[in-house]
Design a protein around this ligand. Sequence first.
Ligand code: CU
Length: 148
Amino acid sequence: MGVNFMRSMQVRSKPNELSGGFSKIVGILAVIFAMSAVGISFVLLYDSNESMTAETTNVKEFVVTAENWSFNPYLITVNKGDRVILKITSVEGTHSFWVPAKNIREKLNQGRQVVIEFTADARGEFIFKCGIICGTGHNNMKGAIVIQ
Ligand SMILES: [Cu+2]
């Protein structure tokens, strides 16, 4: 009887060992998960801090082309406070990029990129247009910078 009892204990102890091993794995996984969760939250915290500081120094870059007789894109939308970089190239003819309200006026020679940089300091819609009489469609060469 005693031997049988021991055997049954041994038999019983086997699944216990197995489940013990299993719970060890679960434990290790839980630790790994917890550590990675802490790591992820650190990353999130770091990221949110970064985006918080970036709100005042957000850089918005646009590649703009001018041709006969349009700008592409003709609508440039940014947020107030953004640092705006416009990389403008005429791909056809000689034009200019003129923002009367912002005192910006740059000649666009074909194939030569002009970089205009400014801070969007006031909300509004600022019309830009070609400032060089460039042909029959000259008056159509306009667009807007929307600062919201
Ligand atoms: Cu023009």
